[in-house]
Every structure is written in C-alpha cells, then in structure tokens.
Design a protein around this ligand. Structure first.
Ligand code: NAD
Length: 308
C-alpha cells in the first residue's frame, strides 16, 4: 500500500528542531505529523525517529534520523518485514570537520590557550610541545562516510593518512589500507588514531589496553563514532599512565558524560557533547534523505540506506 502520512516522532527533538524539520517537508506528496508516544501506526505510515519504540514495527517503513542505529532491534524489523533506514552518508563534512578540528587544536594547543585565557593568563608553552599536523600520520579505523570525511580533510592538510577497512579496498587520500586483523600494525606509527566504525558486537571494546599499548606514547585517540567501541576505563588508565598523550572525544559509554568522570579533568582531552554532526543545516540534510525515500517508496523503488 501507498504511504498516507509521514509521522515525525518527538524524540527527534534530541538532535534537531521539531518544527523546522516538519517545515522542511513543505513540498512532500503526503502530510507530515509530529507525533508522541500515544500514536498508533499501520502500514500506510512512514515514521522518522531518533529513539526506537516497539509500536513503530506496525508502520510501513521506519527511518532512524541517526547514522548509528544500534539502539534499534534490526532482528525485530526483519521478522516483521518492516523496512528500516538510517541517515548514513550525510555526516562526512560535519563529523569530518570535528575530527580535523580536534587534531588541529591538539597539535597547535588551541584548547590549552583557551584554558589559560579563562584566567587572563598569557601562557607560553614549552618550545617542544606544539607541532604541525602536516606530515603526521593519521590512522582512520573504518572508512565509511565518517572515515572518508576525516581522511579527505586530513589528506588536504598534508597528513599521512592510513586506514583500516574490512574489504581492503583503496580509498582516495589514504596511502595504505590495513585489514582489521592487522589493527596493531595500522595504529603503531600513528600520531592520531580516529575511530569511525559503527557500534556492533565485533567493534565493542575494539580499542582497549592492548591497542593503547600498541600506540605511540605521543599519540592521540579521536572517537567520533560510539562510546562503547573504546574501553573507557582502559582509556582513562592509558591517559593517566602516559601510555598515550591525549584524546578528542565526541561520544562516551554513558551520555551525558557523568560529572564524576575523570575524563573531564585531563588537560590533553577535548570533550564535545555528541554534537559532531550538529550544524544549523542538519535538519535539512536529514529531511532531504527522508523525502527521497518517500518518493522511492511511493514509486516502488528500493529504499536508500536500508539497514533491515
Ligand atoms: P558508514 O556505514 O558509512 O561507515 C561505517 C564503516 O565502518 C563501513 O565502511 C563499514 O564497513 C566499516 N566497518 C564496520 N565494522 C568494521 C570493523 N570491524 N573494522 C573496520 N571497519 C568496519 O557509517 P558512518 O556514517 O560513517 O557512521 C559510522 C558510525 O559513526 C555510525 O554507526 C554512528 O554510530 C557514528 N556516528 C556518530 C556521529 C556523531 O555525531 N558523533 C555522527 C554520525 C555517525
């Protein structure tokens, strides 16, 4: 059956303005409704949501407004034959810029200068401390949308970019692609290691004590993907003991990051509140993807970014 309405679940308010998102569908062929938890669905409904709800399984198609759909039970969607789509493909620029932003800041010490600026302190660092990212090696783990967004930008800055990818296929701007089995070789010589894989059973905890030990002691970890991919206790130990130099982190095991987390207190850790993809245009990028899939659904074409 054809879709008769697009239901926008209020949980999208977590990431984008609700009204602005609904308005972005001005020219959609079906009406758009903002719905809460009291709504029921049938197969003529499309749903766009941030959070999962069991009743979405009754809809004709469900879109996760995030790239990471680890909160959704893909098995249930497959059993119920409800198509599930996600928002991958639109975060290369936004998260890519955040990744490069951490690296430039950590290298040129912008975060430290701002710390001192807060006290009106003209702080002059040790001569040996600042460095350029140019010619430094970056290892990007996972070369999908985020991974390529970071690598392209790092390559443009003259960095030596290597990566880890299951297929081993080459990627523009990445000088060497390692297989995940050779992760330790891939990260051993990198000044920056960036995590850009989805959170799955096989990536959970993939960066832990052994990986920090394999890294250089002047290396920085960048995590813009999902908190649980990095063993956070092991990261705190590695930072405490100087096994690595620092980190740029947008994602955490528990979000918001608890006030008592030691991560807040490291001078060489930059924390952003899982807003790597956030810009004033984000709702428009998502709406464009959803509108394209509404069109495909109505025309009987296969949906873009189908994950179940
Ligand atoms: P994507 O599907 O385009 O890319 C993920 C890549 O990782 C794919 O190429 C996949 O083959 C690869 N991969 C999976 N498992 C791997 C493994 N074990 N080893 C090596 N590579 C592996 O997805 P994306 O849009 O790049 O997003 C990646 C993840 O980043 C999402 O799942 C999401 O959790 C997270 N994310 C975070 C933000 C943020 O705001 N910080 C924004 C978007 C996405």
């Amino acid at each position: 059956p054809e879709l008769r309405r697009l239901c926008v679940h209020e949980s999208i308010g977590n990431k984008i303005p609700k009204e602005g998102f609904v308005e972005a569908f001005d020219e959609l062929s079906i009406p758009v409704e903002l719905v809460g938890d009291d709504e029921t669905y049938d197969e003529t409904d499309a749903v766009a949501s941030f959070e999962p709800r069991p009743e979405f399984l009754d809809a004709g198609w469900v879109h996760v407004i995030r790239a990471g759909y680890d909160a959704f039970d893909t098995n249930a969607y497959e059993t119920e034959r409800t198509p599930l789509t996600n928002s991958t493909g639109i975060h290369g620029t936004t998260v890519g810029e955040i990744g490069v932003g951490y690296m430039l800041s950590l290298a040129r010490m912008l975060h430290i200068y701002r710390d001192h600026q807060n006290d009106g302190d003209w702080y002059e660092p040790d001569y040996s401390r600042p460095f350029t990212v140019e010619d430094e090696r970056l290892c990007v783990i996972g070369l999908g949308t985020l991974g390529q967004g970071i690598s392209e930008r790092a390559d443009a800055l003259g960095m030596d970019v290597v990566g880890v990818r299951r297929s081993g296929e080459s990627v523009p701007g990445v000088s060497e692609v390692y297989h995940p089995d050779d992760l330790h070789d891939a990260i051993a010589d990198a000044r920056f290691v960036a995590v850009a894989v989805p959170h799955t059973p096989s990536t959970e905890g993939m960066i832990s004590t052994a990986e920090f030990e394999a890294m250089r002691d002047d290396a920085y970890l960048i995590n813009v993907a999902r908190g649980p991919i990095v063993d956070e206790d092991a990261l705190i130990d590695a930072l405490d003991s100087g096994t690595i130099a620092g980190a740029g982190l947008d994602v955490f095991e528990t979000e918001p990051l608890p006030e008592e987390s030691p991560l807040w207190d490291f001078e060489e850790v930059i924390i952003s509140p899982h807003r790597g993809s956030a810009t004033n245009q984000y709702h428009l990028d998502i709406a464009e993807l959803v509108a394209e899939n509404v069109r495909r659904y109505q025309d009987g074409e296969s949906l873009k970014n189908r994950v179940a």
